[in-house]
Design a protein around this ligand. Structure first.
Ligand code: IPM
Ligand code: MG
Length: 358
């Protein structure tokens, strides 16, 4: 029996996680797997109910699980709290505590959604990017401080932190199109100069067949729009990866579409949509559950080694989009579509999963 901890969190987190866990239950029933799903608190709701954004009990249950499925954390209600008492600290603390240094954010374009992207169709042809974001270092976790009138955050990286994420990117690129673009700001930052040197040395010795290039983050932001199809694997640090992956979601058509996997060496993986808690639409039943549902596919693939089941989920989502169902974030463009809410989209995905088995 595999165990999954669901951490719905805040805002639209519970709404999209509900659909994701329904899909996980449906697919495991079909595949004859026993998967136990239990819920725990994280983020703002954990602060309200247990006084901490990452209660001890949540961390213990996550540590003991095979995988974790997270919704989103954060909201205006907690935005003025001191750092340790912010919802985001729950997620950052969990990433750090579980050693989840590798964040994979795949970006592809569904044929049915080409018109939902702000980019012209011809620029989207062949887009298939994997952002590999370092997740437990850099400016997110460096020394920080503030007084009433001054503040600082420090970006820190060690060669070994850079090497392990670069190695994973190289291995993944070897199973894809064999290209890695390492993104940094080596014309300004010392951490980026160490990053560039370390990645170059590693690839020269361990990945001679991978085509490696280095570009600055400002140029990367531009090329993601001007020639997105030329990217294969983008390897980058914590903050650049955060920013570039939101930008890349516009290739797909909506931030609500993209899933992610956060992996460690051997421990449980954490799977979450890349979007945030979207307080403006929370509670309305209109959030796009695709990112959360596709995160279930990544969970099946990376933590439970069930590639067939993962593909079944991806196919069901893709077919649902092809059938014209769209949540309001995708409700623009030329093609005909049927506007649906979060739950109706989930129903349609589950219907397709069921149909695929019959
Ligand atoms: C993400 C989010 C988080 C991050 C926030 C919620 C802390 O934006 O997963 O991309 O910055 O990593
Ligand atoms: Mg982000």
């Amino acid at each position: 029996m595999s165990s999954v901890v669901a951490l719905p969190g805040d805002g639209i987190g519970p709404e999209v996680t509900a659909q994701a866990t329904r899909v996980l239950t449906a697919v495991s029933r079909q595949a004859g797997l026993e998967i136990g799903i239990e819920e725990a608190l994280i983020g703002g709701i954990a602060l309200d109910r247990a006084g901490s954004p990452l209660p001890e009990e949540t961390l213990e249950r996550c540590t003991a699980a095979d995988a974790i499925l997270l919704g989103a954390v954060g909201g205006d209600r907690w935005s003025n709290a001191e750092v340790a008492l912010r919802p985001e600290q729950g997620l950052l603390g969990l990433r750090k505590a579980l050693g989840l240094y590798a964040n994979l954010r795949p970006v592809t374009v569904e044929a049915a959604l080409v018109d939902a992207s702000p980019l012209r169709a011809e620029r989207l042809e062949g887009v298939d990017v994997l952002v590999v974001r370092e997740l437990t270092g850099g400016i997110y976790f460096g020394t920080r401080g503030r007084t009433a009138t001054e503040a600082f955050d420090t970006c820190e990286y060690s060669a070994s932190e850079i090497r392990r994420i670069a190695r994973l990117a190289g291995e993944l690129a070897g199973k894809r199109r064999g290209r890695v673009t390492s993104v940094d700001k080596a014309n300004v930052l010392d951490t980026s100069r160490l990053w560039r040197e370390t990645v170059s040395d590693l690839y020269a010795s361990e990945f001679p067949d991978i085509e490696l290039d280095h570009i600055y983050v400002d140029a990367a932001a531009m090329y993601l729009l001007s020639r997105p199809a030329t990217f294969d694997v983008i390897l980058t640090d914590n903050m650049f990866g955060d920013i570039l992956s939101d930008e890349a979601s516009m290739l797909a058509g909506s931030l609500g579409l993209l899933p992610s996997a956060s992996l460690s060496d051997g421990g449980p993986g954490l799977y979450e949509p890349i979007h945030g808690s979207a307080p403006d639409i929370a509670g309305k039943g209109i959030a796009n559950p695709c990112g959360a549902i596709l995160s279930v596919a990544m969970l099946l693939r990376h933590s439970l080694n069930l590639d067939m089941a993962a593909r079944a989920v991806e196919t069901a989502v893709s077919e649902t989009l092809q059938a014209g169902l769209r949540t309001p974030d995708l409700a623009h463009g030329e093609q005909e579509y049927r506007a649906v809410g979060t739950e109706a989209f989930g129903d349609a995905v589950i219907d397709r999963l069921d149909a695929a088995i019959d």
